[in-house]
Design a protein around this ligand. Structure first.
Ligand code: GDP
Length: 302
């Protein structure tokens, strides 16, 4: 499947560590569980969660009388899948508007991969026959507008932009107006990852949302928080920051190709109870995949 291609890359991370652990598997003893705990910590599921998870797995292995390598792997797979399922909405689909343009707001700190993700996603939906519009509302970071413009040209989609330093909400205003008048299917809004300070940034995001809601009452239909998987537990702290002030509806986890820390998927799920909707597996236009928890977890042991 398409997803397999992505897993092939990210398998080098979390999965490889787990496989290394099982390569030396002899029996379920204390040493095994110590190593398992270390593996989970190194993979960035977080120390507390790693300890808790290892305890639960120890109980579960005993309860199920799992002895062979594959028995134990199955216990782990089931546990990880349960953990994902029990922590909220499974839905990895984009919530499309019933009528009029679907508006997706991208938030996250600088460098997380917002612009790149928009570029990839715009291409994906354009290929599906949707009429796509981009709004360059990150007017603060030098080069952000131009970078999005390059993606717009590459994807052959339209873009609304103004000069650097202009009011992001006015960009959003013009974009939503154009999207409605010219019957676009999707509007992707790039936003700034940093302003003078954090309060400003959150105020700016609120203002943009207000502009959107005034034009389309149920917009934005998605607020996707873009997180860089390579920052590990720091990504989790960013998630907490953004979800406090904005109604984040889903996560895009980028750079999963470049990290041995795939466990962050589980940590985010466990703590934020938000669905990971897409994962980024490279810088190229095709390196974005819808996230499927079952595939991801089963893929770890392939
Ligand atoms: P923004 O500031 O949030 O808009 O971040 P950018 O979209 O500019 O991305 C920052 C850097 O990360 C760029 O060099 C991107 O090419 C790179 N990047 C984004 N997503 C991925 C990914 O999934 N994998 C890898 N390897 N690099 C990525």
């Amino acid at each position: 499947s398409l997803y397999e291609h992505g897993l092939a890359k990210s398998r080098s991370s979390f999965g490889q560590k787990l496989n290394a652990l099982f390569a030396h598997f002899r029996s379920v003893n204390d040493e095994f569980f110590d190593d398992l705990e270390d593996t989970l910590i190194e993979s960035d599921v977080g120390v507390n969660m790693a300890v808790k998870l290892t305890d639960q797995l120890r109980d579960e292995v005993k309860l199920r009388n799992a002895k062979t390598k594959s028995d134990v792997q199955n216990v782990i797979i089931k546990k990880l899948i349960d953990l994902y399922d029990q922590n909220g909405d499974q839905n990895n689909q984009i919530n499309f508007s019933k009528k009029g343009p679907t508006v997706i707001l991208f938030v996250g700190v600088n460098g997380a991969g917002k612009t790149t993700t928009i570029g990839k996603m715009a291409n994906m939906y354009k290929q599906q026959g949707k009429k796509v519009l981009l709004a360059a509302a990150d007017t603060f970071r030098a080069g952000a507008i131009e970078q999005l413009d390059v993606w717009a040209q590459r994807d052959k989609v339209d873009i609304v932009k103004k000069e650097e330093g202009s009011d992001p909400s006015s960009v959003v205003y013009d974009a939503i107006d154009k999207a409605k008048r010219e019957n676009y299917d999707i509007l992707f809004v790039d936003t700034a990852g940093r302003l003078q300070n954090k309060v400003n940034l959150m105020n700016e995001l609120m203002k943009m949302k207000k502009v959107l809601t005034r034009s389309i009452p149920d917009a934005p239909h998605e607020v996707l928080l873009v997180l860089d998987a390579t920052t590990g537990q720091n990504a989790l702290n960013q998630a907490k920051l953004f979800t406090k002030d904005t109604n984040v509806s889903g996560i895009v986890l980028t750079k999963l190709d470049g990290t041995a820390k795939g466990g962050i998927v589980l940590a985010i799920r466990n703590e934020m109870h938000l669905p990971v909707k897409y994962v980024g597996l490279g810088e190229g236009v095709n390196d974005l995949r819808p996230f499927d928890a079952n595939d991801f977890i089963y893929g770890l042991f392939k």
